[in-house]
Design a protein around this ligand. Structure first.
Ligand code: 3PG
Length: 208
């Protein structure tokens, strides 16, 4: 997460589409990917996607997101999730991840939640929904008293240089990005080469 600087957040019910999207991100230079638990068979799709990535995309790290309780978290860990992301802070999830030695990024919206998450072993916390709860100035405010905090804002982050600069200048470790990275026109057209190009530009912008 720290190295790549951006964690794509994605779900699709079709496995081939998921493979194409993960590959397009990989080809663009991204090495970390959050598949979100948003559909009935999401866990099965994740399992297949992870097998594909392990075989075809060396170095790609797949995790699972949108998890809100320990039971589903354990299922995804069993299916090979290398990290777990949640929109909320749940102690039982922390225990499940810690027991299995899997990195865990809980969703936090206050400095007290961030502190609690750190006590429960979170190395990077997800600020969610990031643009609704204060944006970059919230990050700056947190980093004042707790400069060791690693923050991944997610929710409303976009690919523009101005938006990304705002977050990184405020001190985030990486950003999470869903809808702005996977626009409808690319997804509808299946133009994955365009997605790779978009990812390359994004990576250049982040590394600037
Ligand atoms: C998430 O699950 O983290 C968010 O839905 C992603 O938010 P975004 O689509 O606004 O990037």
């Amino acid at each position: 997460m720290k190295e790549t600087g951006v964690v794509p957040v994605f779900f699709h019910a079709d496995l081939d589409t998921c493979k194409n999207v993960v590959k397009a991100c990989y080809d663009g230079g991204i090495r970390v990917f959050e598949f979100v638990n948003r559909g009935d068979f999401a866990h099965e799709i994740f399992s297949e996607l992870n097998k594909y990535a392990l075989k075809e995309l060396p170095g790609m790290i797949l995790g699972a997101g949108s998890l809100v309780e320990a039971g589903t978290t354990a299922l995804y860990i069993q299916a090979g999730a290398n990290f777990i992301v949640s929109p909320l802070l749940n102690e039982e999830m922390a225990k499940t991840c810690n027991r299995r030695g899997v990195a865990w990024s809980p969703g936090c919206g206050t400095i007290s939640e961030i502190s609690k998450a750190q006590e429960l072993g979170a190395e990077i916390v997800k600020l969610f929904p990031a643009s609704e709860i204060g944006g970059p100035s919230f990050v700056k405010a947190v980093k004042g008293p707790m400069p060791w905090t690693n923050i991944m804002p997610t929710g409303g982050v976009d690919t523009s240089e101005a938006n990304l600069k705002g977050w990184f200048n405020a001190g985030v470790t990486c950003v999470g990005m869903g809808s702005n990275l996977f626009p409808k026109e690319i997804m509808d057209s299946g133009n994955y080469a365009a997605l790779t190009d978009k990812v390359k530009v994004l990576m250049e912008t982040i590394q600037k």
